[in-house]
Design a protein around this ligand. Structure first.
Ligand SMILES: [Cu+2]
Length: 392
């Protein structure tokens, strides 16, 4: 009897028979041997989180996918095969929209010590942009920061910054699409939760007099305890087939009185994560422009090899999100395994920001940094071995 079948079929008997001692925690670690993969273990001794990270220039999306993470382990158990943001758009109210690229490493600034204004030692263009109309140039954007006195000292770099805040570790990267500066962060907490963050900055003010949107789509390929036996639930209800939907119940979109949550779980081990939209995610709903380029927030799909996006062409003018390619409108794929198509699931999640010019809805805010991103909270027992570990 192999380990997996023992765990699946006879967990109690196996445990009772002492096949696996409860203390036999054969925790796994990621192997970061692919091109560009770098291992992060946090904390460095007895790590809670381990993963491989890659620069945008090394990421796997059709035109990159920003900072990319692979083989993410929590307490020695596989959580995610890949986490990245392979789809990104800039949409303008008066003209068209564009499909931005995500494979050009940008530069962020690393201050000497923790900066008194920013509260961290690494800042991006978005962190720096607090004025509604002014832009701060490209790195180093080392303007005097109010209250800090004198010219700040910092250095520019294009790597991924890693800061240990004690209860969490934060990874920061910036990537560029010409004058647009997109910041990409992941925070991994000691309690097993994690947060991706998307932020927008503008180096020279181009198009800041035109209301526009930046739509960022994360792709989270969860392989909780391996790719099999995973399901996606919406508010605790298992989804039988792939789906696309909204953060709010469409019957109450204005008030968002019914906020939704999504869970990805392994049905054998009970482990998984819950997606809770961030407060900022509700600020800019999908299709705020009314032009139907971006109509949904959440997509649950079945894994397809090398499927990192919604289109085969990633040309600049291919501006709308092809949700029908990601989640078929006809003959939707099986998600829960009932139709025999497997249970390797992928979650896509849209977070968008609006940069507004002065209009009837208020003053210009186009250069003010806006950040969005959900929180993922662990489900089940991750920090203790269940009948021995190391399966999958
Ligand atoms: Cu903008």
């Amino acid at each position: 009897m192999n380990l997996r079948s023992c765990l699946r079929l006879l967990p109690v008997l196996c445990a009772t028979a002492g096949v696996f001692a409860a203390t036999d925690a054969r925790a796994d670690s990621p192997v970061c041997s692919g091109t560009g993969e770098v291992l992060l273990s946090w904390p460095s001794g007895n790590p809670i989180w381990e993963l491989c990270y890659l620069l945008p220039s090394q990421s796997s999306g059709p035109r990159g996918s920003g900072m990319e993470l692979r083989n993410v382990y929590l307490h020695g158990k596989l959580a995610l095969k890949r986490a990245h943001a392979p789809i990104l758009f800039a949409e303008y109210t008066t003209s068209t929209c564009y499909r931005d690229w995500k494979d050009t490493n940008g530069t962020k600034i690393t201050w000497a010590g923790v900066h008194p204004t920013f509260g961290r030692s690494t800042t991006t263009s978005c962190d720096r942009s607090k004025d509604p109309t002014a832009s701060y140039g490209t790195c180093p954007f080392q303007l005097v920061v109010n209250g800090s006195g004198g010219a700040p000292t910092g250095t520019c770099g294009s790597g991924i910054a890693i800061e240990d805040f004690g209860s969490y570790v934060e990874m920061t990267m910036q990537y560029d699409a010409s004058w647009y500066k997109y910041s990409s962060r992941f925070r991994f907490y000691a309690d097993g939760s994690f947060e991706p963050e998307f932020g927008f900055g503008n180096s020279d003010g181009t198009n800041n007099g035109t209301t526009h949107w930046h739509h960022n789509y994360w792709r989270l390929d969860f392989d909780v305890d391996g790719a099999d036996n995973d399901i996606i639930q919406q508010d605790g209800v298992t989804q039988a087939v792939e789906f696309k939907t909204l953060r709010c119940d469409p019957t109450t979109p204005a008030s968002c009185a019914s906020e939704r949550r999504w869970q990805v779980k392994d049905t054998v081990t009970g482990r998984g994560f819950e997606l809770d939209p961030g407060d900022g995610d509700y600020v800019t709903p999908p299709n705020q422009s009314g032009r139907n380029f971006h109509k949904f927030d959440v997509f649950g799909t079945r894994y397809v090899a090398n499927e990192y996006g919604d289109a085969s062409s990633y040309s600049l003018g291919d501006c709308g999100m092809h949700d029908g390619n990601l989640v078929a409108d006809a003959n939707p794929d099986d998600l829960d395994g009932a139709a025999g198509e497997g249970t390797d699931v992928v979650l896509y999640y849209r977070g968008g920001v609006r940069d507004k010019t002065a209009d009837g809805n208020g003053p210009q805010d186009s250069m003010v940094c806006k950040k969005v991103g959900p929180k993922f909270t662990p489900i089940g027992v991750w920090n203790a071995p269940l009948f021995g570990d190391g399966f999958e």
